[in-house]
Design a protein around this ligand. Structure first.
Ligand code: ZN
Length: 324
């Protein structure tokens, strides 16, 4: 059975760049291998930013090179600007994702550019892609689309207008990101619907965080209005340092469990996915990871959406939070 939802694993980028420690390259490669072995078919493997700003990502070109050898995997990387896009294309990524702030205040603070300047940047990246690497997919992710810690409320009209401008600039798809974990399901439903009404099939992924425990509810709301690509990270890696115990991204394990239990195939094997936590923890000893399904295990009599039964009744135990 074909996967009906695409889980885009962002842990090696969103997760690793928000923890203090730097995962050694060999561990990153082993972790990405394990994620791929679990059935994930799109992984954001890093970001092309100057190493002095984000030393955790200094090895991104090497990571891309390795990830390209994994069969059927879409290798994605974040780029902040044209220069990053040039490096990403040279390294051989399949997909570029560029964050564009929906909040003007966040845009200026984060990349020292206005939103209009970022739309221009996307236009130049699309031109570069068209000339050098027409097969590369260009995604723009509208960060702070659901609220901003600097500006507070982000008007929905601003988000819709920016999505239209980015589609006109040539981005293949435009996703919405709850960078700050402020979204609620009604808002997710409304905003994705409004964006889809304007840009149709260019509507991209839902990138939702679990800061206030609404990550899965927000994913389901997005699913209900037609979203089929979801960003998440293994173990919810990327917890906010100012909210102890609160995870960052939606937890991939829980998201896969939700869709599979609903009868929607993801192509991901939960046992192998939980096993991949071992590789993550080997590379980041002591870093807290989250997830309810890995703690509770699969439900008795669980079957995957494609009718397959799990190989074992219990999920593999992991080092931290091992179940007893
Ligand atoms: Zn994020």
């Amino acid at each position: 059975m074909q996967a009906q939802v695409l889980i885009s694993e962002v842990g090696p980028r969103d997760g690793l760049q928000s923890v203090k420690a730097t995962m050694p390259t060999a561990n990153k490669l082993a972790w990405i291998d394990a994620l791929h072995a679990a059935g994930l078919r799109e992984i954001e493997v890093g970001s092309f930013v100057p190493a002095r700003l984000l030393p955790q990502m200094a090895d991104v070109a090497e990571v891309v090179r390795h990830a390209r050898s994994l069969r059927g995997l879409t290798v994605m990387a974040l780029v902040p600007n044209l220069r990053g896009a040039q490096a990403a294309v040279a390294a051989g990524v399949h997909k570029i994702t560029l964050p564009v702030s929906a909040s003007e205040a966040h845009s200026l603070a984060n990349v020292r550019k206005t939103r209009a300047q970022m739309v221009d940047e996307v236009r130049q990246i699309v031109a570069l892609r068209n000339e050098l690497a027409p097969h590369v997919h260009v995604e723009a992710g509208l960060s702070t689309a659901f609220g901003c810690t600097l500006q507070g409320v982000v008007p929905e009209d601003d988000v819709v207008r920016l999505a239209v401008a980015l589609a006109e600039a040539g981005a293949d798809d435009i996703g919405l990101s709850d960078t700050t974990g402020m979204a609620n399901p009604a808002q997710v439903r409304r905003l994705f619907s409004r964006v889809r009404a304007e840009i149709g099939a260019h509507t991209g992924a839902a990138h939702l965080h679990n800061t206030r425990g609404l990550g899965l509810a927000n994913c389901l709301a997005a699913y209900d209005v037609g979203v089929r690509t979801f960003d998440s990270s293994q173990g919810g890696l990327g917890g906010c340092p100012y909210a102890p115990g609160a995870s960052g991204n939606v937890v991939t394990e829980d998201l896969v469990f939700m869709f599979e239990a609903m009868g929607l195939p993801t192509g991901v094997d939960l046992e192998k996915l939980v096993h991949a936590r071992t590789a993550l923890q080997a590379g980041l000893p002591g870093e807290p990871i989250y997830g309810m399904t890995p703690e509770a295990g699969l439900t008795k009599g669980f079957v995957y959406a494609d009718g397959r039964s799990p190989a074992h009744e219990r999920l593999p135990a992991t080092a931290a939070g091992a179940r007893t």
